[in-house]
Design a protein around this ligand. Structure first.
Ligand SMILES: Nc1ncnc2c1ncn2[C@@H]1O[C@H](COP(=O)(O)OP(=O)(O)OP(=O)(O)O)[C@@H](O)[C@H]1O
Length: 589
């Protein structure tokens, strides 16, 4: 089967005004609308094809209902839907792919078929692909490649991929874009936008904003995705973020053999994360791969802010040397600093069950408008999310959270900002992948130690402030939370208590730590008693990691770093903290 959409390129390029669907790189809904206003025959031709295809499918479903054959025909209808979307071309395939990650919207049997849209698509003509490569590189194939697979090794919605070798010997993947892609997407997006305007009032959806905005977001992303130069740049930015991480692999881009429509990149030898059998057969530990996947996923969201918005299992590989590789950087997004910080807040508040603060985070993140009265929302959050988290943090999972959350969306004025639709999708998909490798996987077991480590070792002042917020509730120091945080962080392989303790001390003794010093002294002497039990418990928790010789090194290091003036500034004027530590008995009541 070949994906075909009859859309003559010449027609698309005739150009009314200055818009050229076959060339324009930016998604511009107004220009697109102006363009098609003068080409009703193209529009109506496509409408007829789409309506005809869906009418047949819907009639089939109705027929099953009348004949009482829904159960027997479910599989058949699901296949029909996948074929229908495939035949309608890349825009519909992309919509199908997006729906395939929404078990809350789509029935399970349909979902399983839609997942096939991720990497089991019919290829386009091979000769045509070779012609595109030669035209884009402006050279015959043999002048660039010593080998090129006679057939594509994978066909995806927007392009197909060949395996080859450069004349210089490197093994490469060559991604060739489907022909005529931009005009097809342009027309479909125009129709979707138009339909969104008409249909929105009839749909039982509480999206919080205009459906056309969702189409526009989808269109912008799709246009970015079909610009392979953009994808190459994204790959390099992503690789740069993980440059010091020996566990994450990102393929190199060969710019001399890439263009807007073809991308030549380093070949990744490995197993897709869907291929659990091969992963185990190669002696790789799925748990370790999951750990890399989840930690690198959280790093993208909470540290770099630049995240892979399409981490489906076809785009992630386990490599024989134990690394995990990412491919396909067409769909990426960048979070602002404040969003990242609010995300950490929300996560911490969620796990600490601080629902009032969590409601405020939702306002900060744009899930609720600034003028929303959060009073009735707090107990609702507690009711829904408290259940999802369960008795302990370990039972937390994103799938349950998002499912429970969808219920809240109907009763309260929540909306999902477009950016978060991608984040949520990314999180739920990553969790799904991990679950397929280990059915007992708990995202929190891997995720929260990372967050705890980040909070305890975070070098930015913003993160340190966050730690303070975690440790205090209603102005009171929460010993239990510090204990939990350290205990959880210690389950993360990379966490070393000593540097963290050193950083904590440095901070405590710095000008910035003045507030914390006072609070600690208050906490230690709270309720008119010295909280030695808590300190003892904390000490028991970390003492094995703090051998005396290493402690001594740190102490000497700290002392030499502190100048006399430095010491003077750390002495609190109202409370003699140093005196207190030196002679706690004098402070005991
Ligand atoms: N560098 C690579 N090394 C090995 N295989 C690759 C590489 N790049 C792509 N592939 C193969 O080609 C398939 C499609 O590639 P990719 O996901 O980049 O295409 P796409 O058109 O962006 O697809 P999608 O529909 O997922 O957006 C991958 O699933 C993988 O099997």
């Amino acid at each position: 089967m070949v994906i075909s959409v009859n859309f003559p390129v010449e027609e698309a390029n005739k150009g009314v005004g200055h818009y050229q669907p076959a060339k324009d790189r930016q998604y511009n809904p107004e220009a697109i609308a102006r363009y098609f206003r003068y080409r009703p025959w193209l529009v109506w031709g496509r409408i007829l094809k789409i309506t005809w295809s869906f009418a047949g499918f819907i009639l089939g479903l109705k027929w099953d209902e009348w004949q009482n054959q829904i159960e027997q025909n479910q599989g058949k209808r699901a296949t029909q839907l996948r074929e229908l979307l495939t035949n309608l071309g890349p825009t519909f395939i992309k919509v199908g792919q997006a729906l395939s990650t929404r078990p809350d919207l789509i029935r399970k049997d349909f979902l399983e078929e839609l997942i096939k849209l991720q990497d089991k698509l019919p290829p386009f003509d091979n000769d045509l692909a070779y012609q595109i490569i030669e035209a884009e590189l402006d050279k015959p194939i043999q002048e660039v490649f010593s080998e090129l697979s006679p057939r594509p090794i994978a066909a995806a919605s927007l392009g197909q991929v060949y395996r080859g070798r450069l004349l210089s010997g490197e093994e490469v993947a060559v991604k060739v874009q489907r022909p005529n892609l931009r005009p097809i997407l342009t027309l479909d997006l125009y129709l979707m936008r138009w339909a969104a305007g008409w249909l929105a009032p009839w749909l039982p959806l509480n999206l919080g904003h205009d459906l056309t905005l969702i189409v526009d977001e989808f269109g912008t992303k799709l246009f970015e995705e079909i610009d392979y130069i953009n994808e190459g740049r994204n790959a390099e930015k992503f690789a740069n973020n993980f440059r010091d991480d020996p566990q994450v692999k990102v393929p190199k881009i060969y710019w001399s053999f890439s263009s807007g429509r073809i991308l030549t990149l380093e070949w990744i030898n490995g197993f897709k994360l869907t291929d659990t059998q091969s992963i185990r057969a190669a002696g790789l530990d799925p748990e370790a791969i999951i750990q890399i996947g989840v930690t690198s996923g959280l790093q993208q969201l909470l540290e770099f802010g630049f995240f892979h918005a399409d981490p489906h299992p076809g785009n992630l590989f386990a490599m024989p040397d134990g690394r995990m590789a990412y491919i396909d950087f067409g769909m990426m997004d960048q979070l602002e600093e404040t969003t990242k910080e609010s995300l950490v807040d929300a996560l911490v508040h969620l796990v600490n069950k601080d629902y009032t603060d969590l409601a405020v985070d939702f306002v900060n993140l744009g899930f609720l408008t600034a003028n929303t009265n959060i009073t009735p929302i707090v107990p609702a959050l507690e009711a829904v999310l408290g259940e999802a988290i369960g008795k302990n943090v370990q039972e937390f999972n994103f799938k349950t959270i998002t499912d429970q959350f969808s219920e809240l969306m109907y009763d309260y004025p929540f909306r999902v900002p477009a950016k978060f639709a991608l984040i949520i999708r990314s999180l739920v998909t990553q969790e799904g992948i991990a679950l397929s490798l280990n059915p007992n996987f708990k995202i929190v077991e891997v995720g929260y130690p990372y967050v705890a480590r980040r909070l305890l070792t975070g070098e930015s002042p913003a993160l340190r402030r966050r730690l303070l917020n975690v440790l205090f509730k209603d102005g009171k120091f929460q010993w239990q939370r510090l204990e939990n945080l350290i205990a959880i962080a210690r389950t993360d392989g990379e966490f070393d208590v000593l540097p963290t303790a050193k950083m904590g001390l440095q901070y405590l003794l710095s000008e910035e730590g003045k507030f914390l010093r006072r609070q600690l002294v208050l906490a230690l002497t709270e309720d008119d008693r010295l909280h030695t039990e808590e300190v003892q418990r904390l000490w028991n928790l970390v003492k094995d990691d703090l051998p005396p010789n290493r402690l001594l090194d740190v102490a000497i290091g700290l002392l030499t770093e502190l100048s006399r003036e430095g010491v003077a500034t750390i002495l609190p004027k109202t409370t003699s903290f140093v005196g207190f530590v030196a002679n706690p008995s004098t402070n005991q009541n």
